[in-house]
Design a protein. Structure first.
Lengths: 254, 254, 254, 254
């Protein structure tokens, strides 16, 4: 009856080509592994595809985005290689209602910074910290069925202050063995779109194979999905008692 | 020119009478030490007094509350010994605009639970964890001049899920050496009053001597203070175009 | 596959017995009309029952609440007639994960005040204002498919300041022809439960027949429903590295 | 003892040169009038200057911003005439801790859109609506001493949906005689800076002469001001147990 959620997992696909550790953890690439996890948990309720930086228009053509309900984004070393025109296009679709799930180092992606308006900077350390992901909003749909806590034996440390706007919902907070903490799961609304940021998932650790992390991502896809016309909010003049006809300055209907 | 902030530090004063460790850390009592820290940092901008459970009406008479701008509350073992009539009175003053700073185990005080509406439960462990208190809202007045992080060498662990309503502002998040995290500094508005909860401060550790903690508490007093008439919001009927005359059901002015 | 949401619409059932206007607008009672609207929109995805103040234990026995996923509450003149034991029981179920939708004058119900912790007071006027209900959070599930604005030709005015805690989400804001505004749709989390307050719906106007209002309430039921074990958060001591065994003070498992 | 707050009121200064109505309402220009209002209420606690689009570098040189604590921004027709380099510079200062108060049609200024990340679109009507500005957060410092409501006899209508991120604090909500509502006073944090948006203030009405509006703006200046080093958050690598030395990728101190 309801059609499946159309999901697109975007990966930078750089480490997969150059780093042996990444190849060992992710023989099917990082985006491929993330996509497989979503297929496993969402089953027939979703159709999951992948795209990478290497594809034409980075696999993010207007036509492709128009038939994407939720976009997941993993990038790290090559943020600058993403073309501005593509970033503008993705932003327009998010404002129009496409869901966006920004993963780990995507905190520094062009699209995430554009949508946040801040530096999106943080503190970090590559040192095999144990990360515990704690649910602080147990009523949130993204936390449903997620272990308390998710235990990630080895991870890059991401710590506060994380310079993002106050989120709509703070769902997860992580603690690292070095003592740092991080708001690791946060939701934001921008225009008509729902955004979820989730920090676990460095390329050097097999985080996307973790059952709890897979549960978070599949919950996030369901949460970020909306069944609505893809159109961003826009300015309109409205005459008194006509609440439905948006007009130009001169009174002509938009 | 502006009169000093009138501060009242309320202490249960139980451990001070019975526990040797507490006596060693706090020869001047816990509430006395907290008060001294406020006097040190607030100087002439505040007048700081103390009251305890042992005082008549727990030192919280109507008259006393009426001349209190900000009340700090530390309690632990004897929450149930606080009389309901006093709790009602304190609540009325908070709703009327008195600031409240709830400290550590005051999460389970009658007054805090009443104002939150939740169970205020949490996870805990008495095991000498190191607590790091991280600022996640650097623009908040309570975080001004506070070290990033505050390092507390030994503390009781308080961990999530902490069952309180979503705060107005999440100012501090703590990480413990055992891996747990805690939303350790949060603000709430209730009626006309401002409330700040701050978790560091167990009786078995000399936390209230810490310079960073003293800074947080003095900032919190300044933040929680308002110069306003002490009156709680109340229902009123208003005739059309008369926005200022609150009336009873029958139209008579309140 | 998934079982239907079990919904219980609770009505005070007082005006229905005494006021001719109410009887004319709601020949099937107010709670009966609300229930019918939910059945119309939720279809087989929900089983909707009703209960009233007149029923034994107000129709809210432990057994009844245990098999209720979402409770809607309409009360007005007889808030005080609701027994405290029943209020305690409902609160426990909300904290344990039962959804609660508080309607209109339920802002002054015992259960709502207990869960909010504030006075829940507001300004009001019984004077045939037109109420426009505007969506200010178009990405929120409760706003899905809701007209912008909902036009309610005649309604009691509810105006600010509405003394409730800052909501998790502000979904709707109403404007009245007299010029007042009201945060008319707000969500709150308390314990493991989701709460939605929605203000349109005075007994003297046929508001619950409105298609937009029906849509809001059916969305709210879906949103407030959770598939989880009914248990409120509770305090627990946890040993280091054992994140899953909640214990008593003395170390014995809970 | 504490030095005065250094305030800069920035005006587009276009209508003042071309529109007779504006000249009649604001013989001293709009920015001049806003500045005079601030001087009246802040007295010796602030030094208030003005700058306009016409000035070299729009009056917003690096040196000028470096000695500005709070910047107020009014623009309307000539948003596009503001040079991108100046917008970048202002953004950097806001992220570094400079306060920003965005006024009315500044919702569509380059700087506001950059900091919000959304379209910042809204509905509007130029039709002499009466605007009532209601305080919904009476404990907020910006609401202190502000009339409930502020009555503005004639104003341009700004209505929802206003496409901005969820604010940190919703302080004011306006109702218009046409029935529309608007979140007219909101705070946002970005980086180390505090931002306040306040919508009353169209060029065609003498809004900035209103005592209540002047009170809001002077409160906002006090609230937005911070005494801190002007530096934006930036990424840093931190070694374990060294929480204070930010480092580059290679370990060298920043």
């Amino acid at each position: 009856m309801t059609r499946p959620i159309r999901v697109l997992v975007w990966g930078e696909n750089h480490h997969e080509k150059h780093d042996e550790i990444v190849q060992r953890h992710y023989p099917d690439t990082m985006h491929g592994t993330i996509a497989a996890g979503l297929r496993e948990l969402l089953g027939e309720s979703a159709v999951v595809e992948t795209a990478t930086l290497d594809d034409e228009e980075h696999g993010l053509s207007e036509e492709r985005l128009a038939r994407t309900d939720v976009l997941l984004w993993w990038g790290h070393m090559l943020h600058d290689a993403v073309e501005d025109a593509v970033v503008d296009r993705v932003r327009e679709h998010v404002l129009g209602g496409m869901g966006l799930v920004a993963l780990h180092s995507a905190h520094f992606s062009k699209i995430f910074i554009r949508l946040m308006g801040t530096t999106c900077s943080l503190r970090w350390r590559q040192a095999d910290d144990r990360e515990l992901v704690w649910t602080v909003a147990p009523t949130h749909p993204i936390a449903e069925g997620v272990p308390q806590p998710i235990v990630i034996p080895s991870q890059e440390m991401y710590g506060e202050f994380f310079d993002v706007p106050t989120p709509d919902d703070l769902v997860f907070v992580s603690g690292f063995s070095g003592g740092e903490v991080f708001r690791s799961g946060m939701t934001f609304s921008r225009g008509h779109g729902r955004i979820f940021y989730f920090s676990p998932g460095d390329q050097d650790y097999p985080v996307y194979h973790d059952a709890g992390v897979k549960r978070v991502l599949s919950n996030a896809v369901r949460w970020a999905h909306q069944d609505r016309e893809r159109v961003a909010p826009r300015i309109g003049m409205y005459r008194e008692n006509d609440f439905h006809t948006a007009r130009e300055w001169d009174g002509s209907p938009l």
